[in-house]
Ligand binder design. Structure first.
Ligand code: NCD
Ligand code: ZN
Length: 347
């Protein structure tokens, strides 16, 4: 049995860092494992311009723990009104790694999202020309579509036609949750990849209702069936370059989750690699964790793989019930009060 696991330093290709006190509270968790992270732009108000992204990036850099060389890779929030020359500004800035498309109303702070993908076709065409990556939250939002079918419908109605209209656009289908998404990504043209979260690898939708309503298992896209989960595990652990790590760690104050209308998001930054390691180990694929966590992401984005390593040791530990989130706020982490099998060695 392997008891010590040393990997090339990984990156998180989908992360929510928030802002202000919450940013300062959660960033050390990510920075201690990951060299870089794709930072989501769904602040209030959203990060819609290169100038806003540059300012946010400075706030992130200022919030890094002493001695940290963590590098935020910024994204811009695509709206119906994003001007085409914003793509040029973003590319010229050297700090923007992509544009994030949220269908309007799909998730937390997505009110300004795209109402019809054809409205942004010109922007997408410019992104394809300049080689700028599109990150997609892949769910339709029509009230009449069942919440568990929203990803599959997005593939058929929006993603597949969009990928054909823009054959050179590089697309990351984010936090995929279904067998249909795995099949789509596998069969898609070059330039299409997907990220997979720890929660969708570790849980199925039964966990939302285990003995009662479990708000800390509510995220978007919502957890799916066991068959979907198995397809995701198979994709993540097969050593296929199109599938790579993106935690979607999304901190919320505990009171906003344990509420009459609880918001979506699970927090995993405190133990991200440790959670993925359990999945890979149980699939007999620990030797493939490094490529999923540290190689395929930079290869897709055309960035160098990281220097340096991180080490996990086989050692049981228990994440606390809560972590501070600034002021009077607290976040309930994944596996709170439970047991994790791996633990990062921090030198
Ligand atoms: C995210 C958040 O809280 O910002 N929530 C989530 O459940 N994943 C938004 C998102 O990525 O959809
Ligand atoms: Zn997210």
């Amino acid at each position: 049995m392997t008891d010590l696991l040393t990997l090339r330093r990984p990156d998180d290709w989908h992360l929510h860092l928030r802002d202000g006190a919450a940013l300062a509270a959660v960033l050390p968790h990510t920075a201690r494992q990951f060299a870089r992270a794709i930072v989501m732009p769904n602040l209030k108000p959203p990060v819609t311009t290169t100038a806003l992204a540059a300012a946010y990036r400075h706030r992130i850099l200022a919030a890094r723990p002493a001695g940290s060389d963590f590098e935020p890779l910024m994204t811009l929030y695509l709206t119906d009104n994003t001007p085409t020359d914003e793509v040029d500004r973003a590319q010229a800035s050297g700090i923007v790694a992509g544009f994030k498309m949220y269908p309007a109303g799909a998730t937390t702070n997505s009110d300004s999202g795209v109402t019809d993908v054809r409205r942004v076709d010109e922007v997408l065409a410019r992104m394809a020309e300049l080689g700028v990556v599109l990150q997609v939250h892949g769910e339709v939002t029509h009230e009449q579509v069942d919440v568990f079918d929203r990803e599959q419908r997005f593939i058929d109605d929006i993603l597949a036609p969009m990928a054909e209209r823009h054959p050179r656009l590089r697309v990351v289908f984010e936090h995929i949750t279904t067998r249909a998404a795995v099949a789509f990504v596998r069969g898609a043209r070059a330039g299409i990849a997907a990220t997979i979260t720890p929660q969708h690898l570790l849980h199925n939708r039964n966990d939302l209702f285990r003995g009662g309503l479990r708000p800390h298992f509510y995220c978007l896209p919502v957890l799916k069936t066991q068959a979907d989960r198995e397809a995701l595990i198979e994709a993540a652990t097969a050593g296929e370059p199109r599938f790579f790590l993106g935690t979607d760690s999304a901190p919320h104050d505990r009171r906003s989750k344990e509420s009459e209308c609880g918001c979506a998001g699970m927090y995993s930054a405190h133990a991200a690699l440790e959670l993925y390691a359990e999945v890979f180990e149980d699939a007999g694929a620990l030797h493939r964790l490094e490529a999923f966590a540290a190689d395929f992401g930079p290869d897709f984005y055309g960035l160098p793989r990281n220097a340096g390593t991180v080490t996990l040791v086989r050692q049981e530990w228990s994440p606390p019930a809560i972590y501070p989130l600034g002021g009077t706020e607290f976040v309930v982490p994944m596996r709170a009060n439970g047991t994790l099998r791996w633990r990062q060695v921090v030198s």
